[in-house]
Design a protein around this ligand. Sequence first.
Ligand code: GMT
Length: 375
Amino acid sequence: MLKIGISCYPTYGGSGIIAAELGKILAERGNEVHFISYAPPTRYEPFQERVYYHEVEVPDYPLFEYSPYSLALASVMADIAVYHKLDLIHAHYAIPHAASAYLAKQITKGGFKTITTLHGTDITLVGNEPSFLPITRFSIEMSDGVTAVSRYLAQRTISELKVDKPIQVIYNFVDTEFFRRRDEAPCRSKFADKDEFILMHISNFRPVKRMEDLIEIVDRIRKDFKVKLLLIGDGPMRSRLQQICREKNLEDNVVFLGKQTCIVDLLSIADLYLQTSQTESFGLSALEAMSCSVPVISSRAGGTPEVVQDGITGYLEDVGDIEAMADKVKHLLGNNTLRAAMGKKARDRVENHFSADKIVDQYEAFYAKALEQRL
Ligand code: GMT
């Protein structure tokens, strides 16, 4: 059994969710897991056996215009690694976690191994930004083991950051027992009339999600179908999107639900899941929808085709091709049998390729190789 440190962005986004779920399952399997971050990760369970949380506090000194979180993180990582005799630290999202882990390893004179998992914008946006590129590349190359959540992301890391290091693809996963469609969906009548279809999207409302396209799609299909688009989450684009809905008189068709915890109940009332991102290394929310037997209509962005099979578990169209996506929505809303069949295939695909058990096995095997220096 291993003693594992996990560092991640704790509050929003799929990388923190994956880090927390991974830690939970590793602890269930008998490992000791230490989360190291500035807040407890979303979905972290404080009373679980063998799970610990260590908060990183950044000193507030008048001289600091910018608080040195990365250094504070490295200090806590080094301290926890020595005190709890960690075998490894697993950094989720390269910046700053992989850089801090490298520094902590130097402080402790190499007392533990470092694993870095690349999630998406740590490479495609932040890592590609000229001022961050050298430190991102360095932190990745200095990690003992590197994984990426899709083939697409691994390839982009090698081609754009010129990283000279093998990158193992380990896909994201879901707990298929928990993310399972609930037949008694309690809230459907709260959100939609009986004869109304429910479309759903869950994200952090950042520009990269192109959520204006979602609203355009609803605008194009509302003449033919009675629909409600439920938007779950929050972020910088929310007020702009609300304004667009008002301008287009779509307030009754697009409902902003904010951040929600009862995601499975909500996904269980969805007829379709929509995702229109500009770039998406994987698309964890789409995977969670598929696990709840909801077909996905998405832009063909980044690693999405590795998750959603075009014509089988949903449909993929070019980024920004609103017309084509709206046509696919209409096609599926107009065909209940096809929609149900695609939902079932989506569920099967998750069970066969993205279940937590299968993927956590891969992480454990990867850790073992890193510890034996076989990578
Ligand atoms: O990169 C981000 O946008 C944030 C990041 C996160 O922390 O949620 O999302 C990325 O990681 C997720 C988990 O691996 C992936 O499912 C998302 O596709 C990916 N986001 C993008 O590539 C835009």
